[in-house]
Unconditional design. Structure first.
Length: 811
RNA sequence: GCGAGAGUGGCGGAACUGGCAGACGCGCGAGACUUAGGAUCUCGUGGGUAACCGUGGGGGUUCAAGUCCCCCCUCUCGCACCA
């Protein structure tokens, strides 16, 4: 076989070269403009990398290589989100320490990434499991604690008595434990909680300043779920006290016909009458046994029980029966509602179920048929106090809301209020493989460790089985557990919870800036230079939690002066899911998983990179196709033959003479298209333009260096190995990645001739080839002749001529 | 149910602010070179014999609609009793 395109030899040669020459090391050159190009770092699973990971990684790699050639100082790092459940579950099963499996998995991921030719600065590699890293995760926790943003609460967990452990939501299938299928119940446990709700408004507000996908912005907004309304007190009829409710519809207050408390509401005991006690207790027990999921799934029929108690409507003094029902959630608002069945669908369904009265207070619908919930139309009715001193009758709901809210406030019966769906963040796991909390317990009180004692290293263990009490396996390590209060010196017990996986991923982008700093989380000057992240690419599965938690920590760090920007990630893009060849989601069970190692063995890294990008738009979901990989492989082979002879030497067709006008124009068009398409992340169309150029140049017996060399530069971010090799064959020194990006002259992109389509009544009838500077009259005259066949004997009503675009005869 | 996005050849997908629909690739067909080709190169390839018809369906605006407006259908993703 002649010396064709040998991807194996070329790719290993250049990967070795880059490694030896530290080609992609980021230097602290602050004279250049910076570009921070970040991938969401992976959890290094045992399965290794799959082609879906590679899509995002290739995209950021192309952008990084391109930006370097454009003269930017590019920060393009990679690390490992390596704490987490799978390694621990594996340890429980096999006894192999999570640190061991994690190290193996990281080695695999790293080897695979290097094979793809990703231009990370590996000298900045980090792992969330490294004490040098989690020291600062713990440090941030201390800052949160200092500021009152971390607190302890009794929060229900998924407790599995048979397994003697707390389960994560993903370990529960259909309300049973995934392992063994045992019963899972809700059990309150002492947990750390972060007060993310304190930042709800800022998290919502600053969504305005980031360049993110609309869907992700929308999801974050919905997750935060800000709603404006009023809190209103309904005095109890037979006892002291009042039920406080939150409502977004104070305009419907006169339509309240009953009250509902969440089953867990503390006032239930107060309001329940003697004869209802048994029924109420039974209902509460039933509700406690249901998981959140089960409570939510029961959307068919609403259930509830009358407590026997009554509250008083502050507007008209009416006695309203108080019910309990699990459609009211203790965790939202005040855990109690006023029910207005005429104008709320849930209350309407409940009222129908239990034959409670429905009273219309907004005219415009038929409230016996369905709840009328429109706030944009309808007039308030039946809504005045008995003495006539206050009325909102006749108003639109939107006018009535502020009026009645003001009145309630003046009477001391209510107040304007804002509520969020966002809950505080449950920040504790009963697991071994996570960051230990820098907290000790003394006489039931949480004491923080002093900063100098960080990191609090995760203790060695050989048994990863649960403690049996619901505490983490750390509770088994008596020697580690018993300590002394660093302040008072009293005996103390260490916190046994560990942090959730989200913790380490909340701030990793900051550590990449200054990964080896021993004294600070990040050097402030470097932070100011590199932040914010300019481009962040990762899966949409992180659209809410990771991105929201990160933003929350970032804002806290901003408040304490550690970071200089209010938001961490300026531009965010989600790569689409790569499906199997059968158009189904890749999964082991379907047997349609594509292994990147196999693909690289067969076609080479450059071909795989190119195909990842050529499949379709970055953000779209699209199927893998081995035929498609073959297609781009053929393209690379064509590029290879374009410049080489059969012996692997530079082809004699490569000449130093100036290119033809056509070739020059094609080159400038290609530079323009590839440049603009990389900027817009439209890699698929950039590649198709390079294919056009290759096809065109292949036809030419003489291929000018003035075209070929810039073309190799354009290709280099996409197919860096073959580009390095060709660059060498063309007589240049490595590395091509350090060459400047070619520029185009807009004048040279336009041809001196153009084709004008001729339409008759909007239908294409002929075409005209004319010079650029042709006058309208001339075009019209030529077009008339061309279209004579269609115009003959017809009355010409109008001639539309769009300059340099088209001519249309209307008859 | 609510919210967001998307429907274009046999397939993946192009088409800038309304202006030649189907770039590029796959597949398919024909030819060339070959002992041979599942290599390579060249040409062709939306449908229809044609007039014409074609961007999920139906209306509309316009000289002109994949693109703008109204109604409907399908799919994907997210949320799902949040008062």
């Amino acid at each position: 076989m002649s010396k064709g395109y040998d991807h194996r030899a070329i790719e290993s040669k250049w990967q070795q070269y880059w490694e030896e020459h530290r080609t992609f090391r980021v230097t602290d050159d602050r004279g250049k403009p910076k570009f921070y190009c970040l991938d969401m770092f992976p959890y290094p699973s045992g399965a290794g990398l799959h082609v879906g990971h590679l899509e995002g990684y290739t995209a950021t790699d192309i952008v990084s290589r391109y930006k370097r050639m454009k003269g930017f100082n590019v920060l393009h790092p990679m690390g490992w989100d390596a704490f987490g459940l799978p390694a621990e579950q594996y340890a429980v099963k096999t006894g192999i320490h999570p640190a061991t499996t994690t190290a193996q998995n990281i080695a695999t991921f790293k080897r695979q990434m290097k094979r793809v030719g990703l231009s990370y600065d590996w000298e900045r590699e980090l792992s969330t499991t490294d004490p040098g890293y989690y020291r600062w995760t713990q440090w941030i926790f201390l800052k949160l604690f200092e500021r009152g943003l971390a607190y302890v609460a009794e929060v229900p967990v998924n407790w599995c008595p048979a397994l003697g452990t707390v389960l994560a939501n993903e370990e529960i299938v259909d309300g049973k434990s995934e392992v063994g299928g045992f019963e899972v119940i809700r059990k309150p446990m002492r947990q750390w909680v972060l007060k993310i709700t304190a930042y709800a408004d800022r998290l919502l507000e600053d969504l305005k300043v980031v360049d993110w996908p609309a869907s992700t912005l929308e999801m974050q907004k919905n997750w935060i779920g800000r709603s404006i309304g009023a809190e209103v007190d309904f005095a109890l009829a037979e006892a002291k006290g009042a039920i406080r409710v939150f409502t977004t519809r104070p305009d419907t207050l006169f339509g309240a016909t009953y009250m509902v408390l969440a089953p867990e509401h503390p006032l239930v005991d107060v309001v329940t009458s003697g004869d209802q006690k048994v029924a109420v207790q039974a209902y509460r027990d039933g509700a406690a046994r249901k998981s959140d999921l089960q409570r939510q799934e029961l959307d068919k029929e609403k259930t509830g029980v009358f407590t026997g108690g009554y509250a008083v409507n502050p507007m008209n003094g009416e006695r309203l029966p108080i019910w309990i029902a699990d459609y009211v959630l203790m965790s939202y608002g005040t855990g109690a509602i006023m029910a207005v069945p005429a104008h709320d669908e849930r209350d309407w369904a409940f009222a129908k179920q239990y034959q409670l009265p429905i009273r219309e207070v907004i005219a415009g619908g038929n409230v016996q048929e369905a709840a009328f919930t429109d706030t944009g139309q309808g007039a308030v009715v039946n809504s005045a106090t008995a003495d006539g001193s206050f009325s909102i009758n006749g108003l639109l709901p939107s006018e009535a809301i502020p009026k009645i809210t003001d009145w309630l406030a003046k009477q001391g019966k209510g107040t304007r209020a804002v509520n969020y769906k966002l809950r505080d963040w449950l920040f504790a796991r009963q697991r071994y493989w996570g960051e230990p909390f820098p907290i000790v317990w003394v006489d039931g009180e949480a004491h923080p460790l002093p900063e100098e004692q960080l990191p609090l290293v995760l203790p060695e263990a050989s048994n990863f089985k649960p403690s049996g009490t619901g505490e983490s396996p750390l509770a088994n390590l008596d020697a580690w557990l018993a300590t002394t209060d660093p302040v008072g010196g009293k005996p103390a017990r260490r916190e046994t919870n560990t942090m959730p996986q989200w913790a380490g991923s909340c701030w990793y982008y900051l550590r990449f800036i200054d990964p080896k700093n021993q004294t600070q989380l990040v050097d402030p000057a470097q932070e100011r230079y590199w932040m914010p992240v300019d481009l962040y690419i990762g899966g949409s599965e992180h659209a809410v939690l990771h991105l929201l938690y990160s933003r929350f920590w970032h804002k806290v760090l901003f408040d304490i002066g550690v970071v200089s920007t209010p938001e961490p990630f300026m531009k965010l893009v989600h790569q689409g899911i790569v499906l199997g060849e059968d158009n189904q989601k890749m999964s082991k069970s379907r047997g349609n998983v594509v292994n990147p190692d196999d693909m690289i063995d067969q076609f080479g890294a450059d071909a795989v990179r190119l195909y990842e990008m050529f499949m379709g738009p970055l953000e779209a979901m699209k199927p893998w196709s081995v035929r498609g990989v073959e297609g781009v492989t053929r393209f690379l082979e064509r590029v290879w033959r374009l410049m080489t002879d059969g012996q692997g030497q530079l082809s004699t067709a490569i000449v130093s003479t100036a290119p033809s006008h056509d070739h020059q124009r094609l080159l400038h068009q290609t530079i323009k298209k590839v440049t603009e398409d990389i900027e817009g992340l439209r890699f698929n169309t950039a590649i198709s333009q390079m294919m056009i150029l290759t096809n065109e140049m292949t036809k030419a017996p003489e291929r000018s260096r003035a075209v070929i060399e810039p073309f190799v530069l354009l290709l280099s971010p996409f197919a860096p190995h073959v580009a390095e090799e060709l660059w060498g064959l063309l007589g240049h020194q490595p590395s091509i990645s350090q060459q400047p990006w070619p520029t185009f002259d807009p004048v040279l992109t336009v041809s001196e001739r153009m084709t004008i389509p001729i339409q008759v009544n909007g239908k294409l009838r002929a075409k005209l080839d004319v010079g650029l500077e042709v006058a309208r009259e001339e075009v019209e005259q030529l077009a008339r002749a061309e279209a004579a066949e269609w115009l003959q004997g017809k009355e010409l009503k109008k001639v539309i001529y769009v300059e340099k675009k088209l001519i249309n005869f209307v008859i």
